[in-house]
Design a protein around this ligand. Structure first.
Ligand code: PLP
Length: 353
């Protein structure tokens, strides 16, 4: 082995869901929104002159921060934006998880957390979800270097009530607690109102799911101005121009259109509830998802078999073969028509098997 090889920062990377490109596909594998972004987004992009790209973007992404602050009734200095919430979460890990005590996150959760912990050499422990795939709040009542979990959790879709989050905050006044609210808009109470009461709380959200802008890469976090300042210090020590000109313009247009946002979110919630009922009839079981996906296991047919059979029909869902999740499929909620096609294939397949 060459000496320089010893010095390489080796890490086992996160595996994103595949992005196949079949014209007839039904893509239910990466929790994207089946509806287009707010109409103002297309207008904003069309009105953008290529000449503006000569200039660096505003490093503070000021108009986007302001539009988010206005939409959520917080102050500008309580908002930090980044290139998707992946970037925002990575910056939070780098900034706040810098001690010797292990940070805590569930054994079954967003699979990027352990990757960042490994990358940044942060010690971590992963308390197990209970047998119903629920987070046990008591697991987070012990000494730690920080806490992070999604609400609703991913890939289970299960919600943690706000009272339980507040209990976790009360037990962790000396550590930073990050609530990853990637799916909060699909029916969960946000922890945002707690940021004024708890100066150790960070609430991360994204434009990728509920605002149909996964391709633009916009994420943000709400927190105490002191925490936001520390995040900015790290950001400006890494890359000042994270948000590009097009993303800033698209983000502003998306966040200003509350009506469209609420309309598309409720369509997805409605389709989700209908899909749940249909899946139950077909012999699937799952926790009560409050997100734009359902994490389901079938009573007789193994998840891997269904995953492959669906794939042959160009219906893509997500399958996590390792560990306790090996018999579950994570099924994103698409349009009603997509879910009808998906379900009618499943029905035929299970009948003839
Ligand atoms: C999708 C997702 C993210 C990241 O989304 P971005 O596209 O980077 O904003 C973060 N956390 C969870 C739990 C997610 O599911």
């Amino acid at each position: 082995m060459r000496t320089w090889e010893e010095n390489i920062r080796k890490v086992v990377p996160y595996t994103p869901g595949e992005q196949p490109n079949q014209p007839d596909m039904i893509k239910l594998n990466t929790n994207e929104n089946p509806y287009p972004p707010a109409p103002g987004v297309e207008r904003a992009l069309k009105e953008m002159s290529a000449d503006t790209l000569r200039l660096y973007p505003d490093p503070t992404a000021g108009i986007l921060v302001e539009a988010i602050a206005e939409a959520y009734h917080v102050e500008k200095d309580q908002v930090f934006v980044g290139v998707g919430s992946d970037d925002v979460l990575a910056m939070c890990f780098l900034t706040f998880f810098n001690g010797k005590k292990p940070i805590l996150f569930p054994d079954i959760t967003y699979s990027f957390y352990d990757v960042w912990a490994e990358l940044f050499r942060i010690p971590y422990e992963r308390p197990a979800l209970d047998e119903n795939f629920r987070i046990r709040k008591e697991d987070y009542f012990r000494e730690n270097g920080g806490v992070v979990f999604p609400n609703p959790n991913a890939p289970t879709g299960v919600e943690m009530p706000l009272e339980d989050i507040e209990e976790i905050l009360n037990h962790n006044q000396d550590a930073i607690v990050i609530v990853d609210e990637a799916y909060v808009d699909f029916g969960v109470q946000s922890a945002l109102p707690l940021i004024d009461k708890y100066d150790n709380l960070l609430v991360v959200q994204t434009f990728s799911k509920s605002r149909s802008l996964a391709g633009m890469r916009i994420g943000y976090v709400f927190g105490n101005p002191v925490l936001i300042k520390y995040l900015n210090d790290v950001k400006y020590s890494f890359n000042s121009y994270t948000m590009n000109t097009a993303a800033i313009a698209a983000g502003v247009a998306a966040v200003r259109d509350k009506e469209y946002f609420e309309k598309t979110c409720s369509k997805i919630i409605e389709t989700r509830e209908w899909t749940k009922a249909e899946l139950k009839k077909l012999g699937f079981s799952f926790g009560d998802s409050k997100s734009n996906f359902i994490f389901a296991a079938h009573e007789t047919c193994p998840a891997e078999e269904l995953f492959r059979a669906l794939r042959e029909q160009h219906i893509y869902v997500r399958y996590f073969p390792k560990g306790r999740t090996h018999n579950h499929l994570r099924i994103t909620i698409g349009t009603r028509e997509e879910m009808e096609k998906f379900l009618s294939f499943l029905k035929e397949y299970l009948k003839n098997r």
